[in-house]
Design a protein around this ligand. Structure first.
Ligand code: KG4
Ligand code: ZN
Length: 352
């Protein structure tokens, strides 16, 4: 990436994490996330609770992030914030704060597309201090709680979605299956944890049959629901506390089916485009099985694979701030009239 030393404060509030970060060029000076535990007992994010929690978290998180970064407010060049897609109340809190804060400091604002931020998180310099990012053009599998897409990335501002889910996102599939078996939200990390102890071949679930590079997970979810109804009817103690092996095998089988669906379309995209620079982004890229599957491909098929550090996979503000660095260098600023949008157009056009 360009090495300008712009100092950007980033704010992420698209869902249930209040993130604030300060970056200098691609170097992360501070990156804080105030997670909202309040949702776990409801089995999913409660939008109204999320926006209230953002309201109380934002000022203390900004204060700490600026302090951690060791800078003064007068050194900040711009404020970048997520302006969609996401939950409308959550976005509104972050965007309103970002714009007022920028106005009070006489700074430009940079509205950022959340999925573009997940992708460009690869351009943050990790703890090793070394740059390790894909070269353009690359393909990015963006997998989160709200998105599952294969994106062709030609530059920081030119991206084309070449495949996408027609219904649920991969993260949603993990979370909904977890909810069916009584695990708290978000269920993805727990399914991942239990999978490590289970046999992925014990239960067989079929792939959804969708056109070309697109995905579908709603049929898979129904298939799992039917499996659970039948299994628990014939064996009410299937998920007994005394024997966790069924739980572990079930999670491993679910996870391996989701991963193999994700990988098969990615393989097709690679063979059609001829691009072998491959990145993953979004919360589900924290999944250990998906990371392993990609690493295997880099050994067997010459893919040049880029997997972000865990802290930059799930929602965070460093990824928002680094988009700010790219846009600042091209003078792509927002205005105080910008309104965040829960359903921003996809990444293909426009990029913000
Ligand atoms: O990107 P993200 O933090 O928020 C959105 O923009 O949606 O992604 C959250 C999603 C949730 O569905 C969560 O269950 C999933 O990422 N997730 C995982 C793992 N860690 C987070 N899914 C599977 N395995 C994981 N280790
Ligand atoms: Zn996200």
């Amino acid at each position: 990436m360009r090495t300008q030393d712009y100092i950007i404060l980033g704010i992420e509030s698209s869902c249930d994490d209040t993130g604030v970060a300060v970056v200098k060029g691609s170097k992360v000076l501070s990156n804080l996330v105030a997670s909202q535990k309040v949702h776990s007992r409801f089995g999913g994010v409660v939008p109204e609770l999320a926006s209230r929690a953002h309201q109380s978290n934002l000022i203390p998180t900004i204060t700490l992030a600026v302090e951690d970064a060791g800078i003064s407010l007068s050194e900040i060049d711009a404020i970048a914030y997520t302006n969609g897609p996401g939950l409308s109340g959550s976005l509104l809190v972050g965007a309103s704060f970002a714009k007022s804060f920028a106005w009070s400091l006489d700074l430009p604002t940079i509205p950022v597309h959340h999925m573009r931020a997940h992708i460009l998180a690869h351009f943050l310099v990790g703890d090793s201090g070394e740059e390790n990012h894909p070269e353009f053009p690359f393909l990015c599998l963006t997998v989160s709680g709200g998105h599952t897409q294969i994106v062709r990335v030609d530059s920081p501002s030119e991206m084309e979605v070449i495949g996408s889910t027609l219904d649920d996102a991969a993260g949603e599939a993990f979370d909904k299956v977890a909810k069916l078996i009584g695990l708290p939200y978000p269920g993805g990390p727990l399914i991942d944890k239990y999978s490590k102890l289970g046999n992925p071949n014990r239960f067989i679930f079929s792939h959804s049959n969708v056109d070309h590079l697109n995905y579908s997970f709603s049929g898979f979810k129904t298939q799992v629901l039917r499996f659970l109804q039948q299994t628990i009817t014939s064996d009410p103690n299937f998920f007994s506390k005394e024997n966790n092996q069924n739980l572990f095998d079930f999670c491993a089988s679910v996870q391996s089916t989701i991963i193999s669906m994700l990988m098969s379309k990615l393989e097709l995209a690679v063979s059609e485009s001829g691009i072998t620079e491959i990145a993953i982004a979004g919360g589900v890229s924290a999944n250990s099985g998906l990371r392993n599957a990609l690493e295997l491909k880099s050994e067997s098929d010459d893919w040049n694979v880029f997997i972000p550090p865990l802290k930059y996979c799930t929602d965070n503000a460093a990824m928002v701030a680094v988009v700010g660095v790219f846009d600042f260098s091209e003078k792509r600023f927002g205005s105080l009239k910008d309104v965040p949008s829960p359903r921003l157009p996809d990444l293909s056009n426009p990029v913000k």
